[in-house]
Design a protein around this ligand. Structure first.
Ligand SMILES: [Zn+2]
Length: 292
């Protein structure tokens, strides 16, 4: 079994309506997240609470840490922290992350995202996100543009459009081509994580049309990745750290539950019930990997 885990920042489950771009998707794997389209065969959609009993709106540093460790990170640090993880969160990630624990159990795990030379050039001052801390502290090398050019990594906007705008030499990919690449990378191991945060970016700064365009591309990307996987053998999980893009009437995060979209073996064997929180996701994935 190969598991592909796509983490999308800032995607919640809100009421359908004209300001929810998810409910304007007319088909594909993400359309049911808008509350209008039914799930396609092989999928299961669960909801997870992202507020975790802590007042205020959920944020990325604490939400991502909870999601990737199973530890109630906002409760541990006493608030929802935005942006990059602080030392307390980095410690939680270093000790309890999904990638570390799966690797210690002998699983072949990887993080698909490529990093730019500018990131590495900052040395110890580099901005280390939740997934970066998780990957490094699990003892895995971060992927570089050389990996991307060999087809062995995916950039954070997956088409490489942003990368090319920054002046890097990289092939422009369609969402379908990028999705096939991600799916093929997933098949090389037991668990592959990919992070996409243009969704949160669009929710903060974009128009409704920007948000819809981002979601349509993501939908095509995910649909294409699933074509490479075998539902009887492999699994797919898509989830988020907090809501944002599902309510384009404002630019802030939302307290909405987040989707846990499952497919294939992940849908068939998911060990947690309907009533879950972000903290249930990492343990459930470890349980899926153990069931092999
Ligand atoms: Zn945000």
């Amino acid at each position: 079994m190969s598991l592909l885990f796509v983490f999308v920042d800032g995607v919640g489950l809100g009421p359908p309506g004209p300001s929810n771009p998810l409910s304007r998707l007319s088909g594909g794997p993400l359309a049911p997240l808008g509350g209008v389209c039914p799930l396609e065969e092989g999928f299961r959609l669960l909801r997870a609470d992202a507020c975790l009993g802590v007042p205020g709106l959920p944020q990325s540093a604490t939400g991502g840490t909870a999601l990737f460790t199973g530890v109630n990170a906002p409760a541990q640090v006493g608030e929802h922290l935005q942006g990059l993880p602080n030392r307390a969160l980095r410690d939680i990630l270093a000790r309890h992350s999904l990638l570390r624990r799966a690797r210690e159990r002998g699983r072949r795990v990887d993080f698909a995202n490529a990093y730019t030379p500018a990131f590495f050039a900052r040395g110890s001052n580099r901005r280390r996100s939740v997934t970066t801390v998780m990957t490094e502290s699990a003892g895995l090398p971060l992927k570089r543009l050389e990996d991307l050019r060999r087809g062995e990594a995916v950039y954070r906007d997956f088409t490489n459009r942003l990368l090319r705008e920054q002046g890097a030499a990289a092939e422009l990919l369609t969402p379908e081509e990028a999705g096939l690449r991600l799916g093929r990378l997933a098949l090389q191991g037991d668990l592959l994580v990919y992070e996409y945060f243009q969704t949160d970016h669009a929710g903060h700064r974009g128009t409704l049309e920007d948000a819809l365009r981002v979601l349509e591309e993501l939908n095509r990307f995910v649909g294409s990745a699933l074509k490479v996987l075998e539902p009887e053998r492999d699994g797919f999980i898509l989830t988020s750290d907090h809501g944002n893009i599902e309510d384009m009437t404002h630019s802030a995060h939302t307290p909405h539950q987040v989707p846990v979209l499952l497919w294939g073996r992940a849908a068939a064997d998911w060990p947690v019930g309907e009533d879950m929180t972000l903290c249930g996701i990492a343990p459930a994935i470890l349980s899926l990997l153990k069931g092999e």
